[in-house]
Design a protein around this ligand. Structure first.
Ligand code: TXA
Ligand code: MG
Length: 339
Protein backbone atom coordinates (compact mmCIF):
# COMPACT_ATOMS: atom_id res chain seq x y z
CA UNK A 1 0.00 0.00 0.00
CA UNK A 2 1.20 3.51 -0.77
CA UNK A 3 1.06 5.57 2.45
CA UNK A 4 0.52 9.35 2.07
CA UNK A 5 2.71 11.08 4.68
CA UNK A 6 1.79 14.68 5.55
CA UNK A 7 4.54 16.44 7.51
CA UNK A 8 2.62 19.75 7.78
CA UNK A 9 -1.04 18.73 7.50
CA UNK A 10 -3.25 21.57 6.22
CA UNK A 11 -7.02 21.76 6.66
CA UNK A 12 -7.33 20.29 3.14
CA UNK A 13 -5.14 17.34 4.22
CA UNK A 14 -7.21 16.84 7.36
CA UNK A 15 -10.45 16.89 5.34
CA UNK A 16 -8.91 14.32 3.01
CA UNK A 17 -7.93 12.23 6.06
CA UNK A 18 -11.53 12.45 7.37
CA UNK A 19 -12.82 11.27 3.97
CA UNK A 20 -10.36 8.39 3.98
CA UNK A 21 -11.65 7.37 7.43
CA UNK A 22 -15.30 7.77 6.31
CA UNK A 23 -14.65 5.26 3.51
CA UNK A 24 -13.09 2.72 5.86
CA UNK A 25 -9.40 3.63 5.38
CA UNK A 26 -6.74 3.92 8.11
CA UNK A 27 -5.10 7.20 9.18
CA UNK A 28 -2.36 7.55 11.83
CA UNK A 29 -2.62 10.87 13.68
CA UNK A 30 -0.93 12.67 16.59
CA UNK A 31 -2.53 13.08 20.00
CA UNK A 32 -1.11 14.68 23.17
CA UNK A 33 -0.45 11.20 24.62
CA UNK A 34 0.88 9.01 21.78
CA UNK A 35 0.12 8.69 18.06
CA UNK A 36 -3.11 6.82 17.23
CA UNK A 37 -3.97 4.48 14.35
CA UNK A 38 -7.47 5.63 13.41
CA UNK A 39 -10.33 3.86 11.67
CA UNK A 40 -14.08 4.59 11.45
CA UNK A 41 -15.51 3.16 14.70
CA UNK A 42 -18.90 2.47 13.10
CA UNK A 43 -17.44 0.08 10.50
CA UNK A 44 -16.52 -3.46 11.66
CA UNK A 45 -14.15 -3.85 8.69
CA UNK A 46 -12.15 -0.78 9.69
CA UNK A 47 -11.57 -2.34 13.13
CA UNK A 48 -10.42 -5.57 11.45
CA UNK A 49 -7.96 -3.56 9.32
CA UNK A 50 -6.57 -1.85 12.44
CA UNK A 51 -5.90 -5.19 14.14
CA UNK A 52 -4.26 -6.53 10.95
CA UNK A 53 -2.00 -3.46 10.47
CA UNK A 54 -0.78 -3.59 14.09
CA UNK A 55 -0.59 -7.39 14.31
CA UNK A 56 -2.78 -7.03 17.41
CA UNK A 57 -5.05 -9.72 18.92
CA UNK A 58 -8.67 -8.78 18.15
CA UNK A 59 -9.89 -9.41 21.72
CA UNK A 60 -8.05 -6.24 22.76
CA UNK A 61 -10.65 -3.45 22.60
CA UNK A 62 -10.12 -0.06 20.92
CA UNK A 63 -10.75 3.44 22.31
CA UNK A 64 -13.20 5.64 20.39
CA UNK A 65 -12.08 9.24 19.89
CA UNK A 66 -14.52 12.17 19.73
CA UNK A 67 -14.04 15.90 19.14
CA UNK A 68 -16.32 16.73 22.06
CA UNK A 69 -17.52 14.83 25.16
CA UNK A 70 -21.17 15.78 24.53
CA UNK A 71 -21.13 13.42 21.51
CA UNK A 72 -20.51 10.45 23.81
CA UNK A 73 -24.22 9.87 24.48
CA UNK A 74 -24.67 8.93 20.80
CA UNK A 75 -22.41 5.92 21.26
CA UNK A 76 -22.46 5.08 24.98
CA UNK A 77 -24.65 5.24 28.08
CA UNK A 78 -23.40 8.30 29.96
CA UNK A 79 -23.93 9.18 33.64
CA UNK A 80 -23.43 12.16 35.99
CA UNK A 81 -19.88 11.14 36.96
CA UNK A 82 -18.90 10.94 33.26
CA UNK A 83 -19.98 14.56 32.78
CA UNK A 84 -18.12 15.70 35.91
CA UNK A 85 -14.96 14.08 34.57
CA UNK A 86 -15.63 15.51 31.10
CA UNK A 87 -15.88 19.06 32.47
CA UNK A 88 -12.70 18.64 34.49
CA UNK A 89 -10.45 16.68 32.12
CA UNK A 90 -11.76 16.74 28.52
CA UNK A 91 -10.34 17.44 26.07
CA UNK A 92 -7.29 15.75 27.57
CA UNK A 93 -5.52 12.49 28.38
CA UNK A 94 -8.43 10.67 30.09
CA UNK A 95 -10.37 7.66 28.72
CA UNK A 96 -13.64 6.58 30.35
CA UNK A 97 -15.23 3.14 29.99
CA UNK A 98 -19.02 3.23 29.56
CA UNK A 99 -21.73 0.77 28.50
CA UNK A 100 -21.81 0.80 24.69
CA UNK A 101 -24.82 1.55 22.49
CA UNK A 102 -25.74 -0.78 19.60
CA UNK A 103 -24.16 1.39 16.88
CA UNK A 104 -20.67 0.52 18.17
CA UNK A 105 -19.75 -2.86 16.69
CA UNK A 106 -18.36 -5.67 18.86
CA UNK A 107 -15.32 -5.73 16.51
CA UNK A 108 -14.33 -2.37 18.05
CA UNK A 109 -14.87 -3.43 21.67
CA UNK A 110 -13.24 -6.85 21.38
CA UNK A 111 -16.63 -8.44 22.11
CA UNK A 112 -17.23 -6.37 25.30
CA UNK A 113 -20.54 -4.63 26.07
CA UNK A 114 -18.57 -1.55 27.16
CA UNK A 115 -16.72 1.04 25.10
CA UNK A 116 -13.75 3.29 25.94
CA UNK A 117 -14.32 7.00 25.15
CA UNK A 118 -11.66 9.71 24.82
CA UNK A 119 -11.52 13.34 23.63
CA UNK A 120 -7.92 14.26 22.76
CA UNK A 121 -6.70 17.83 23.20
CA UNK A 122 -4.02 17.81 20.47
CA UNK A 123 -5.00 20.47 17.87
CA UNK A 124 -4.46 18.25 14.81
CA UNK A 125 -6.42 15.40 16.39
CA UNK A 126 -9.21 17.76 17.42
CA UNK A 127 -9.54 19.24 13.94
CA UNK A 128 -9.44 15.84 12.26
CA UNK A 129 -12.14 14.53 14.63
CA UNK A 130 -14.30 17.60 14.10
CA UNK A 131 -14.21 16.90 10.33
CA UNK A 132 -15.47 13.33 11.01
CA UNK A 133 -19.19 12.68 11.45
CA UNK A 134 -18.41 9.42 13.27
CA UNK A 135 -16.20 8.33 16.19
CA UNK A 136 -12.64 7.28 15.34
CA UNK A 137 -11.39 4.02 16.87
CA UNK A 138 -7.67 4.31 17.53
CA UNK A 139 -5.16 2.19 19.37
CA UNK A 140 -1.62 3.46 19.70
CA UNK A 141 -0.01 3.53 16.21
CA UNK A 142 2.76 1.01 16.96
CA UNK A 143 3.22 -2.59 15.92
CA UNK A 144 1.84 -4.78 18.71
CA UNK A 145 4.46 -5.33 21.46
CA UNK A 146 6.55 -2.23 20.55
CA UNK A 147 6.58 0.93 22.68
CA UNK A 148 3.82 3.37 21.70
CA UNK A 149 4.95 5.97 19.14
CA UNK A 150 5.58 9.50 20.37
CA UNK A 151 6.99 10.97 17.11
CA UNK A 152 5.97 10.63 13.48
CA UNK A 153 9.28 8.84 12.78
CA UNK A 154 8.21 6.05 15.16
CA UNK A 155 4.91 5.73 13.28
CA UNK A 156 6.69 5.67 9.90
CA UNK A 157 9.08 2.96 11.21
CA UNK A 158 6.15 0.75 12.25
CA UNK A 159 3.33 1.45 9.79
CA UNK A 160 4.63 2.90 6.51
CA UNK A 161 3.06 0.85 3.70
CA UNK A 162 0.37 -0.57 6.02
CA UNK A 163 -1.98 2.43 6.35
CA UNK A 164 -3.49 4.99 3.96
CA UNK A 165 -2.18 8.14 5.59
CA UNK A 166 0.19 9.31 8.34
CA UNK A 167 -0.21 12.83 9.78
CA UNK A 168 2.69 14.52 11.58
CA UNK A 169 2.06 16.56 14.70
CA UNK A 170 5.54 16.72 16.20
CA UNK A 171 6.53 15.02 19.45
CA UNK A 172 3.65 14.09 21.77
CA UNK A 173 3.68 16.37 24.81
CA UNK A 174 2.54 13.79 27.40
CA UNK A 175 4.32 10.79 25.87
CA UNK A 176 2.42 8.03 27.75
CA UNK A 177 -1.02 6.67 26.85
CA UNK A 178 -4.16 8.14 28.44
CA UNK A 179 -5.38 7.34 31.93
CA UNK A 180 -8.25 4.80 31.73
CA UNK A 181 -11.04 4.67 34.32
CA UNK A 182 -14.28 2.75 34.61
CA UNK A 183 -17.31 4.14 36.44
CA UNK A 184 -19.59 2.35 38.89
CA UNK A 185 -22.12 4.85 40.28
CA UNK A 186 -20.02 7.35 42.25
CA UNK A 187 -16.93 5.11 42.24
CA UNK A 188 -14.01 4.95 39.84
CA UNK A 189 -11.53 2.19 39.08
CA UNK A 190 -8.18 3.06 37.55
CA UNK A 191 -7.38 0.58 34.75
CA UNK A 192 -4.31 2.33 33.32
CA UNK A 193 -2.39 5.22 34.93
CA UNK A 194 -1.55 8.27 32.82
CA UNK A 195 -1.21 12.05 33.04
CA UNK A 196 -4.59 12.42 34.76
CA UNK A 197 -3.34 11.07 38.07
CA UNK A 198 -5.14 9.30 40.97
CA UNK A 199 -4.58 12.47 43.02
CA UNK A 200 -6.46 14.49 40.36
CA UNK A 201 -9.32 11.95 40.07
CA UNK A 202 -9.92 11.29 43.79
CA UNK A 203 -11.89 14.52 44.51
CA UNK A 204 -14.49 13.59 41.87
CA UNK A 205 -15.51 10.18 43.22
CA UNK A 206 -16.56 8.43 46.42
CA UNK A 207 -13.90 5.69 46.09
CA UNK A 208 -11.00 5.24 43.68
CA UNK A 209 -9.79 1.66 43.29
CA UNK A 210 -6.47 0.96 41.62
CA UNK A 211 -6.35 -2.27 39.57
CA UNK A 212 -3.76 -4.46 41.34
CA UNK A 213 -2.11 -5.49 38.06
CA UNK A 214 -0.78 -1.95 37.58
CA UNK A 215 1.83 -2.35 40.32
CA UNK A 216 2.62 -6.06 40.63
CA UNK A 217 2.58 -9.15 38.40
CA UNK A 218 -0.82 -10.87 38.31
CA UNK A 219 -1.24 -14.46 39.50
CA UNK A 220 -2.31 -17.06 36.94
CA UNK A 221 -5.99 -16.84 37.92
CA UNK A 222 -6.13 -13.00 37.97
CA UNK A 223 -7.05 -10.82 34.96
CA UNK A 224 -6.45 -7.10 34.42
CA UNK A 225 -9.62 -5.00 33.96
CA UNK A 226 -8.28 -3.48 30.70
CA UNK A 227 -7.75 -6.53 28.48
CA UNK A 228 -4.78 -4.89 26.72
CA UNK A 229 -2.83 -4.66 29.97
CA UNK A 230 -2.39 -8.45 29.98
CA UNK A 231 -0.19 -8.46 26.88
CA UNK A 232 3.56 -8.09 27.12
CA UNK A 233 4.06 -4.37 26.55
CA UNK A 234 6.74 -1.84 25.92
CA UNK A 235 9.50 -4.40 25.99
CA UNK A 236 12.69 -3.36 24.22
CA UNK A 237 14.99 -6.06 22.78
CA UNK A 238 17.44 -5.76 25.71
CA UNK A 239 16.40 -6.80 29.24
CA UNK A 240 15.51 -3.87 31.47
CA UNK A 241 16.52 -3.90 35.16
CA UNK A 242 15.19 -1.25 37.54
CA UNK A 243 17.59 -0.15 40.27
CA UNK A 244 16.20 0.46 43.74
CA UNK A 245 18.45 2.12 46.29
CA UNK A 246 19.99 5.39 47.39
CA UNK A 247 21.37 7.77 44.73
CA UNK A 248 25.03 7.41 45.68
CA UNK A 249 24.94 3.60 45.64
CA UNK A 250 23.19 3.64 42.28
CA UNK A 251 25.77 6.10 40.92
CA UNK A 252 28.63 3.87 42.10
CA UNK A 253 26.98 0.80 40.52
CA UNK A 254 26.45 2.56 37.17
CA UNK A 255 29.99 3.98 37.14
CA UNK A 256 31.30 0.39 37.28
CA UNK A 257 29.04 -0.64 34.39
CA UNK A 258 29.27 2.40 32.12
CA UNK A 259 32.05 1.13 29.87
CA UNK A 260 30.56 -2.32 29.37
CA UNK A 261 29.46 -2.33 25.68
CA UNK A 262 26.52 -4.61 26.43
CA UNK A 263 25.05 -2.15 28.97
CA UNK A 264 22.69 0.75 28.29
CA UNK A 265 21.86 3.34 30.96
CA UNK A 266 18.48 5.11 30.98
CA UNK A 267 18.54 7.62 33.82
CA UNK A 268 17.70 11.15 34.87
CA UNK A 269 20.09 14.01 34.04
CA UNK A 270 21.31 14.31 37.65
CA UNK A 271 23.01 10.90 37.44
CA UNK A 272 23.98 11.00 33.74
CA UNK A 273 25.89 14.28 34.19
CA UNK A 274 28.26 12.46 36.52
CA UNK A 275 28.86 9.52 34.15
CA UNK A 276 30.78 9.57 30.87
CA UNK A 277 29.50 6.37 29.26
CA UNK A 278 28.34 6.64 25.65
CA UNK A 279 25.39 4.25 25.83
CA UNK A 280 23.43 6.57 28.15
CA UNK A 281 20.01 8.04 27.30
CA UNK A 282 18.46 10.81 29.39
CA UNK A 283 15.03 10.65 31.00
CA UNK A 284 15.21 14.40 31.72
CA UNK A 285 14.92 15.80 35.21
CA UNK A 286 11.23 15.83 36.16
CA UNK A 287 8.50 13.15 36.23
CA UNK A 288 6.74 14.87 33.29
CA UNK A 289 9.96 14.75 31.26
CA UNK A 290 10.43 11.09 32.16
CA UNK A 291 6.92 10.38 30.81
CA UNK A 292 7.59 12.33 27.60
CA UNK A 293 10.98 10.71 26.92
CA UNK A 294 10.50 7.09 28.01
CA UNK A 295 9.12 5.46 24.84
CA UNK A 296 11.53 7.31 22.52
CA UNK A 297 14.41 6.13 24.71
CA UNK A 298 13.26 2.50 24.63
CA UNK A 299 13.03 2.67 20.83
CA UNK A 300 16.48 4.28 20.61
CA UNK A 301 17.97 1.38 22.60
CA UNK A 302 16.40 -1.05 20.11
CA UNK A 303 18.60 0.53 17.41
CA UNK A 304 21.72 -0.48 19.38
CA UNK A 305 21.77 -4.30 19.07
CA UNK A 306 24.98 -4.69 21.11
CA UNK A 307 23.07 -3.62 24.24
CA UNK A 308 21.79 -6.63 26.17
CA UNK A 309 20.90 -4.99 29.52
CA UNK A 310 19.39 -1.56 30.22
CA UNK A 311 19.57 -0.13 33.75
CA UNK A 312 16.80 2.33 34.65
CA UNK A 313 15.50 3.93 37.87
CA UNK A 314 12.56 2.66 39.91
CA UNK A 315 10.25 5.72 39.65
CA UNK A 316 8.27 7.12 42.55
CA UNK A 317 4.56 6.25 42.38
CA UNK A 318 3.19 9.70 43.10
CA UNK A 319 1.45 11.87 40.48
CA UNK A 320 2.37 10.99 36.89
CA UNK A 321 5.18 8.89 38.46
CA UNK A 322 2.68 6.01 38.80
CA UNK A 323 2.25 5.97 35.00
CA UNK A 324 6.03 6.01 34.41
CA UNK A 325 6.44 3.30 37.07
CA UNK A 326 3.74 1.14 35.43
CA UNK A 327 5.32 1.36 31.93
CA UNK A 328 8.88 0.85 33.17
CA UNK A 329 8.03 -2.06 35.43
CA UNK A 330 6.33 -3.77 32.48
CA UNK A 331 9.28 -3.05 30.19
CA UNK A 332 11.41 -4.66 32.90
CA UNK A 333 9.08 -7.66 33.32
CA UNK A 334 8.95 -6.60 37.01
CA UNK A 335 12.73 -7.10 37.48
CA UNK A 336 14.02 -4.89 40.30
CA UNK A 337 17.60 -5.03 41.67
CA UNK A 338 18.22 -3.69 45.17
CA UNK A 339 21.45 -1.70 45.34
O1 TXA B 1 -3.63 7.68 24.85
C1 TXA B 1 -4.29 6.75 24.38
O2 TXA B 1 -5.24 6.21 25.00
C2 TXA B 1 -3.92 6.26 22.98
C3 TXA B 1 -4.26 7.39 21.99
C4 TXA B 1 -4.07 6.98 20.55
O3 TXA B 1 -5.55 7.86 22.21
N1 TXA B 1 -4.60 5.04 22.64
C5 TXA B 1 -4.27 3.88 23.22
O4 TXA B 1 -4.97 2.79 22.73
O5 TXA B 1 -3.42 3.75 24.06
P1 TXA B 1 -4.53 1.29 22.96
O6 TXA B 1 -5.49 0.51 22.12
O7 TXA B 1 -3.11 1.12 22.67
O8 TXA B 1 -4.87 1.00 24.45
C6 TXA B 1 -6.23 0.93 24.85
C7 TXA B 1 -6.36 0.22 26.16
C8 TXA B 1 -6.10 -1.27 26.07
O9 TXA B 1 -5.37 -1.69 27.20
C9 TXA B 1 -7.51 -1.84 26.10
O10 TXA B 1 -7.56 -3.14 26.62
C10 TXA B 1 -8.25 -0.83 26.98
O11 TXA B 1 -7.72 0.39 26.58
N2 TXA B 1 -9.69 -0.81 26.69
C11 TXA B 1 -10.30 -0.37 25.58
N3 TXA B 1 -11.62 -0.57 25.65
C12 TXA B 1 -11.89 -1.12 26.85
C13 TXA B 1 -13.05 -1.56 27.52
N4 TXA B 1 -14.25 -1.47 26.96
N5 TXA B 1 -12.91 -2.08 28.77
C14 TXA B 1 -11.69 -2.17 29.37
N6 TXA B 1 -10.53 -1.77 28.77
C15 TXA B 1 -10.63 -1.26 27.53
MG1 MG C 1 -1.20 0.42 22.74
Amino acid sequence: MNTAIRMHPSDVDLKMAAETLAKGGLVAFPTETVYGLGGNALLPDAAKKIYAAKGRPSDNPLIIHLSNPWEAENYAVTCPLFYKLAVAFMPGPLTVILKKKDCIPFEVTGGLKTVAVRVPSNKTAHKLLSFCKFPVAAPSANLSGKPSPTTVEHVIDDLNGKVDMILNGGACTVGLESTIVSIDGDDLTLLRPGAVTPEMLAPFCAHLTIDVGLERPLHKDEHPLAPGMKYKHYAPNASVILLDGNKENIFAFLKEKQNDPSVGILFEDGILKRLNGIRCISLGSTPNEEAAKLFSALRAFDKLPEIKTIYAPLPSKSGIGLAVYNRLIKAAGFTIQKI
